[in-house]
Design a protein around this ligand. Sequence first.
Ligand code: ZN
Length: 198
Amino acid sequence: MQEEEFDDIVDFSETYRVAATEAIEVGTYMRKPYVIEKPGLAVRKEWDRNGDKELFFICESISLSFSTTTGTDVIDITRSIAEMVAESGICEGQALVFTPGSTAAMTTIEYENGVVRDLVEAIDRIAPKDMEYRHDARWGDGNGYAHVRSALLGPSLTVPILNGRLALGTWQQIVLIDFDNRPRKRQVIVQVSGLKSP
Ligand code: ZN
């Protein structure tokens, strides 16, 4: 079979070598490579199609830490993420919120006592604590229910950034949920990326 040629595929090793000294044309945009300004912050300069307006693409990552207890903790983490978005200066982009670990989860909810309790009780009914779990029989750590709950809700969330703000509803908060049967120090990685005006 004859090898196909793709005009629009760029050999980035070459691109980066050239772009290290001068801006090069890629498609209709003039681009420079990403620059890692510091750990967790990558920046790329872009020019619009007319070449007269500079925009920055940035990608910034931080890690937040939350202490949890033995029971099911539902923690409102919206403010920390909103502050990071504001400080980043991104006008259009995305905020990715992820918790590493298989006994915690990330979702959104109206953060008021009633519905938070309702959620915790609904999850109790789906994966009750006092059932037999194969995980517990095998590992003896007693948190089989927490692994199942975490897998059902998922470990991450992506929220669009529009006009410099998280596109959340008025009564919609981002919550970290810890199901584990022991206190933990939970890490939440927040990665914001998008376009920033100079
Ligand atoms: Zn376990």
